[in-house]
Design a protein around this ligand. Structure first.
Ligand code: FES
Ligand code: FES
Length: 170
């Protein structure tokens, strides 16, 4: 089958590259675009280490043929820190010792980002469900769950601070 040109918006920037039909989104990110935060673990959709956001929704990028998502917006961990500043989730993972070898971390954080975007004040059960497709072989999960809840609290505190500063509702 013929190769084709694929256009993606990756972390807010337009990217164009040539891919063969079997090329996965994960392969395109790592090999064509040199974005290596998303990791290749099982390559079968079972470990979540390759999780990225596709049009805002978490997907296991090892199962997505990249030619089928031409024109989509993709977000990876590389796009989350701004000007060297870690975002709330990244900082909460660091502060809470929620990463050890780090192999699962990018996928965990992207799954958690999607959760916090739709549910800024999640319950512990919602957190567990959100990361149920992400395997961690190191931490025992508890520090990860605490870090996500901590990031949620940091985000809410920031929102309240902004509301107080502007003296209005937000
Ligand atoms: S590498 Fe994609 S789910 Fe394991
Ligand atoms: S920190 Fe090692 S797999 Fe999660």
């Amino acid at each position: 089958m013929a190769s084709q040109i694929v256009n993606l918006t990756v972390n807010g920037a337009d990217k164009e590259f040539i891919a063969r039909p079997p090329t996965t989104l994960l392969m395109a990110l790592r090999e064509a675009l040199h974005l290596t935060a998303a990791k290749r673990g099982c390559a079968q959709g079972a470990c979540g280490s390759c999780t990225v956001l596709l049009d805002g929704e978490p997907v296991v990028s090892c199962l997505v043929p990249v030619v089928t998502v031409d024109g989509a917006a993709v977000d990876t961990l590389e796009g989350r820190a701004s000007e060297g500043e870690l975002n709330d989730l990244q900082q909460a993972f660091v502060d809470g010792f929620a990463t050890q070898c780090g192999f699962c971390t990018a996928g965990m954080i992207m799954s958690a980002e999607a959760l916090l975007a739709r549910s800024p004040d999640p319950s512990r059960e919602e957190v567990l469900e959100a990361i149920s497709g992400n395997v961690c072989r190191c931490t025992g999960y508890e520090p990860i769950v605490r870090a996500i809840l901590d990031a949620s609290a940091r985000g809410r505190a920031r929102t309240e601070e902004a509301a107080t500063a502007t003296g209005g509702e937000i």
